[in-house]
Design a binder for this molecule. Sequence first.
Ligand SMILES: Nc1ncnc2c1ncn2[C@@H]1O[C@H](COP(=O)(O)OP(=O)(O)O)[C@@H](O)[C@H]1O
Ligand SMILES: [Mg+2]
Length: 367
Amino acid sequence: MTEKIRIGIICGGRSAEHEVSLVSARSILEHINRDKYEVVLIGIDRSGSWSTLTEQQLLDGLAMKASLTAGPSSEQLVLRPGLKGSELINLARQQPLQSLDVIFPVLHGTYGEDGTVQGLLKLVNIPFVGASVLGSAIGMDKDVAKRLLVQAGMPVARFLTIHQGEQTSYTYDQIIAELGSPFFVKPANLGSSVGINRVTDQNHFKNALEQAFSFDRKIIIEEAINGREIECSVLGNENPIASLPGEIVPHHEFYSYAAKYLDENGAQLIIPADLPANIIKQVQIMAVKAFAILCCEGMARVDFFLKNDETLLINEINTIPGFTSISMYPKLWEVSGIPFAELLDRLISLALQRFQSEARLNTSIRT
Ligand SMILES: Nc1ncnc2c1ncn2[C@@H]1O[C@H](COP(=O)(O)OP(=O)(O)O)[C@@H](O)[C@H]1O
Ligand SMILES: [Mg+2]
């Protein structure tokens, strides 16, 4: 029998989506083919500390609806930059762990999906699943992502960007004149709808600005779009493919943090979405285009608004989408003919392929 691939699954992390990440990791563990892969779990606690994690510790963390805490059997880990091999070091024993063949960072949001962990993994020289440093950072920054989409001629909601210290550059009336009312105020680099407000009056505007700036030094203000929320999964490196689209029907004013995580009936996921064939085709073409424009690799979920006049706008891209067993990304692939276990196989192969093609590049000029 061929040797198993040793895969490190990193979960937890410092973002608001710590717990979602644990649920995603559990569902990956449930679906991954254990005949092919030997899984090494790595947990990042809320303070950012890395340690080994047993499957039982992951389940306990979930059962208590708590965050990861290092148990007595946990071994704190550090990553050592350098050539591949012996990259994970047990801090207490000062000993390297057995080398990993690939890592799947199952981390959502800041310090996980934004290029920071990807940069670390590049320095350590381990292949990893999903977008690399640039694609991750672009995908996280709603302002930069939108500007690149606009430059490529892709439709997005009209928006303004405001940097910290420029709060007074637009009055409420000027924003309404430019974007209409209501409008959305969002931190540029965040996720899970944290810090997002739908603004309907001047007082609310002040609070929304304050809240968004409490999460980021840059915010965006966007026209409110009246329409359906459509999502599409993309998979691949150079020649990515798109799944059937799905639809989110929020039961709140919008798909807020509460609708996503606090209210069990906060939203309905329709998989696949009930859409005419021409719109499905258009969503898929646009999703694949956006994936390339935004420098993504491996996987991403591209989110759209479908307006009442049947025009599509791109809302955002998520480079590490949710992987729970009810999450849109794996569910859309399932209905498009790629079951969860095969999806994992493909993502891991894509990670290894990218690593090999990068390894062939010259990194210095030899004379
Ligand atoms: N311009 C907009 N018009 C209408 N609804 C919006 C707009 N922007 C955001 N929303 C609502 O807020 C939710 C979260 O916004 P989004 O930009 O996707 O941020 P996040 O990265 O936190 O998911 C969306 O799913 C949608 O329900
Ligand atoms: Mg979103």
